[in-house]
Write a protein that binds this ligand. Sequence first.
Ligand code: ADP
Ligand code: MG
Length: 253
Amino acid sequence: MSNTIIQVKNLVKTYGTFEAVKGISFDVNEGEIFGLLGPNGAGKSTTLEIIETLRDKTSGEVIVNGFNLDDNPNEIKKIIGVQLQASGFYPGLNLVELINLFAGLYNEETDPIELLGKVNLVDKAKSKFKELSGGQKQRFSIATTLINKPKVIFLDEPTTGLDPQARRNLWDLILDIRKQGTTVIITTHYMDEAEVLCDRVAIIDNGKIIAINSPSQLIDDLVESGFERPIQVKKANLEDVFINLTGFTIRED
Ligand code: ADP
Ligand code: MG
């Protein structure tokens, strides 16, 4: 049996009179990539930010690596990695300087070049964050989540707005991070991405979890229920055409 690293029980979040998260419960296993899927406004970011200790909950229980959010938020902070919004990066500093700044805040010894190597950005060590392409910015912000050697990282729509090559490149990076033993919680609107990356997904709608399982099992359950695709699907799709024509090589210069 796998160990549970995150337990969420009956989590509720209200904003004024509006209940954004309506008593959801789920567990995340150590070492898995766990996806939170759902339409805009479903409550995904709210849920993540509560677990990340960045937002207060209304009620319910959250336990991360044995620490209860109510009693030990600082212990939780020490073992998680959270992606900053782009606006969190000082525009005048280069990537090495930014990593050194964050390492100082975390009180961690870090080799900036080694860390940039993990996300394939050694060439950009002396560039400023604002000079990076969209995919490079995402890779850099994922690198900053790794500085404190976290047990769990949280990625909220890390591939939104990226081209197909950069998206695939980020999938490899996320799979690599998981391979090192880090648990990953990710949100995405791309179902192909969730299918490739996630060991399990929770589908959340209007603040409630309406399904939770492995992508493969959810698909099997739908087929079992008698669902059929309305038309015969071609053996390739337009994304296959695009990748076939333009190649896997990442373009960011
Ligand atoms: P998701 O990430 O799934 O798109 P969010 O968690 O961001 O959803 O938002 C869930 C709901 O809560 C939305 O209806 C959103 O408008 C609302 N909401 C989010 N943050 C706030 C806030 N600070 N104040 C009021 N309502 C909020
Ligand atoms: Mg969101």
